[in-house]
Design a binder for this molecule. Structure first.
Ligand code: TYM
Length: 334
């Protein structure tokens, strides 16, 4: 008998342009995982409603995220691609799981506390229960691996807690999912100004988006922060320089990286040159994805077809889990 492939789930919110963090933290793993696992990748449109996006922008944003994923190498024939809101089974399981989630534990989640700081005028209940919805996205497909960046690690821990809690109270249903990266550690791409991680909506000049023009990319890298450090041999490398080397490792050739590492070690490095080189290598990396995504976005009929086919498959699998959850809880009257 052939062994069934393990199930993988991951999602991206349609809240802005995708950037290098999304690519290297998540999408790069999706592309590899679609070859060996049963993958479900979706656009987390319900999650994006916590910030009340303009209704007229929503569809375009969803289509753009899918186009950028496909342009990056996701194959709709291999992975199931869909919009979260096309799978209403998720909403029902979310309701059921909310009964097992405690307000106290949700209030302590760092991403919730960040949001309270960022948008004190809009601390809605959806923000508080965000980790419950995210856990359900994963659990409803019975996923075991979840490719995400480092910022989502804590949410995965909560997904395991909710799975355990449900299984303990009602009977075994959910496998416990783990955050996944092909390397050892989850990835966090820093922003170019040295202030935290790259993110979709904050500090645009410090974030490289997958739809940036060649000129924009060069300009952003030219402006990237470079502390010269103490210059004393053996002293740790300043964070901003480490960051540039990290980016180089993602897009430059081994020879290029080696030559700048040597220049750094013998203190002959010129950061202007390093940033120019990195700019060129980044342009080579981003341009084909950007151009392909632009072309795909114009073909909304094609993307809609992919979403519909994906939703059907995602719903069928989700419905099986939901049916079992209802039964275990005792919600099967007829
Ligand atoms: P989102 O939309 O913020 O980000 C999508 C993916 O990109 C990763 N990422 C990063 N990785 C490394 N460095 C960065 N600077 C960086 N910025 C973003 C994120 O870790 C993520 O993998 N809550 C999720 C969406 C979601 C989800 C899910 C994910 C909803 N349900 C179920 C997995 C499974 C989010 O807001 O991701």
């Amino acid at each position: 008998m052939t062994k069934e492939k393990e199930i993988v789930v991951s999602g991206i919110r349609p809240t802005g342009n995708l950037h290098l963090g999304n690519y290297f933290g998540a999408i790069r793993n999706y592309i590899r995982m679609q070859e060996e696992f049963n993958c479900y990748f979706f656009v987390a449109d319900w999650h994006s409603l916590t910030t009340h996006p303009d209704p007229k922008d929503l569809k375009g944003n969803v289509i753009r995220v899918l186009a950028e994923n496909i342009a990056s190498g996701l194959d709709p024939e291999k992975a199931t691609l869909y919009a979260q809101s096309d799978v209403p089974e998720i909403a029902e399981l979310y309701l059921l799981m909310n009964m097992l989630a405690y307000v106290g534990e949700l209030e302590k989640v760092p991403t919730f506390k960040d949001k309270v700081r960022q948008q004190p005028q809009n601390v809605n209940a959806g923000l508080l229960t965000y980790p419950v919805l995210m856990s359900v996205d994963i659990l409803i497909q019975r996923a075991v691996k979840v490719p995400v960046g480092k910022d989502q690690g804590q949410h995965l821990e909560m997904a395991r807690n909710f799975a355990q809690r449900f299984n303990h109270r009602y009977g075994d249903l959910f496998p416990e999912p783990v955050a996944f990266n092909y390397g050892d550690n989850l990835i966090r791409i820093q922003s170019l100004d040295g202030k935290g991680k790259m993110s979709k909506s904050e500090n645009e000049m410090a974030t490289i988006y997958l739809n940036d023009s060649d000129e924009k990319i060069r300009q952003k890298l030219k402006k990237a922060k470079t502390d010269s450090g103490s210059g004393i041999p053996g002293e740790p490398m300043p964070e901003s320089i480490q960051n540039l080397f990290e980016l180089m490792k993602l897009v430059s050739t081994p020879d290029t990286i080696k030559s700048f590492e040597e220049a750094y070690n013998n203190q002959s490095i010129r950061y202007g040159d390093m940033k120019t080189q990195l700019g060129e290598d980044m342009v080579k990396f981003v341009a084909p994805i950007r151009d392909k995504a632009a072309e795909l976005q114009r073909d909304t009929t094609y993307i809609e077809k992919i979403m519909k086919t994906g939703a059907e498959k995602a719903r069928a699998n989700a419905a099986q889990t939901l049916q079992q959850a209802r039964k275990l809880i005792g919600l099967n009257y007829y």
